[in-house]
Design a protein around this ligand. Structure first.
Ligand SMILES: O=C1O[C@H](COP(=O)(O)O)[C@@H](O)[C@H](O)[C@H]1O
Length: 252
């Protein structure tokens, strides 16, 4: 737990440098799933600002998105646009390793189902035999958490939260604008070695507490976002306010 959102973002950025460097040392490359939202983008801004970012070989990082708002390319509300402005335009990424979800004016036109299927194919093409399936094992999956407990664009009691087969789905009638999105599913998120759930502010406190104390993933998708090796909650004190003491170490 961190005193405020800015400290949380700085700490998460520092952790991420270490994690990516370690993954590259162990496997030659690292894979990272990016999130949209205030905290997720703040982490990327901190990453841009820290000199330690140069310890990462950005040309050997595979970048994916947990979800995307289905809007035209370059739209200010696209998670991709925000991530590029915050970080990706400032570090030497390999464009072939930046796996964006298609925009609404892209190769699939205004068809989010086709965009989702294409992203699932892209994930399947990146998976290796040791991944045992059609999704690569991501080193770190970053996720924001919505007030009602959504992660990526998997919303409570929505069709996406029941998806057990597909790795990527189109999301329609999304309760948070914009209404059409493309999202990884919970089974795809759970292919990550580490899932980091990051959120700030009192409005998130109830969702965080419920996710940590036994809520089901249909009612609270954040509860179903777990990593194979580690599930890390990065919170500020306001978002952690309702979490039982048992779960909260002293302030960092
Ligand atoms: O719309 C979205 O919202 C969530 C959470 O955003 P926040 O601003 O409340 O942190 C985010 O995780 C997701 O990627 C994004 O598309």
């Amino acid at each position: 737990m961190h005193r405020d959102g800015d400290l949380l973002a700085a700490a998460a950025a520092a952790r991420l440098v270490t994690r990516l460097v370690d993954a590259q040392a162990a496997r030659g490359s690292a894979s990272l799933v990016l999130t949209g939202g205030r905290t997720g983008i703040a982490v990327l801004e901190h990453l841009r600002a820290t000199p330690a970012r140069d310890a990462v070989d950005w040309g050997r990082v595979d970048l994916y998105w947990g979800d995307e708002r289905f809007l035209p390319s370059g739209h200010a509300e696209r998670n991709e646009t925000q991530a590029r402005r915050a970080l990706l335009d400032h570090v030497p990424v390999d464009p072939a390793r930046v796996h964006v979800m298609a925009p609404s004016d892209g190769p699939f036109g205004d068809d989010p189902e086709a965009a989702a299927d294409a992203y699932a194919d892209e994930l399947a093409a990146a998976a290796r035999p040791e991944d045992h399936g059609s999704v690569p094992t991501f080193d770190v999956c970053l996720l924001g958490v919505g007030e009602e407990g959504h992660v990526a664009s998997v919303f409570p009691s929505s069709p996406a939260v029941y998806e057990a087969e597909r790795s990527v789905v189109a999301v329609r009638n999304c309760p948070k604008p914009p209404p059409i999105r493309v999202s990884l599913t919970l089974p795809a998120i759970r292919r990550s070695r580490e899932v980091w759930l990051m959120t700030t502010g009192a409005a998130k406190a109830a969702a965080v507490s419920m996710a940590l104390t036994g809520a089901g993933e249909v009612q609270l998708p954040a509860a179903g976002a777990t990593g194979q090796r580690r599930t890390l909650w990065l919170l500020d004190s306001a978002a952690a306010a309702k979490v039982p003491e048992l779960f909260t170490p002293p302030l960092a």
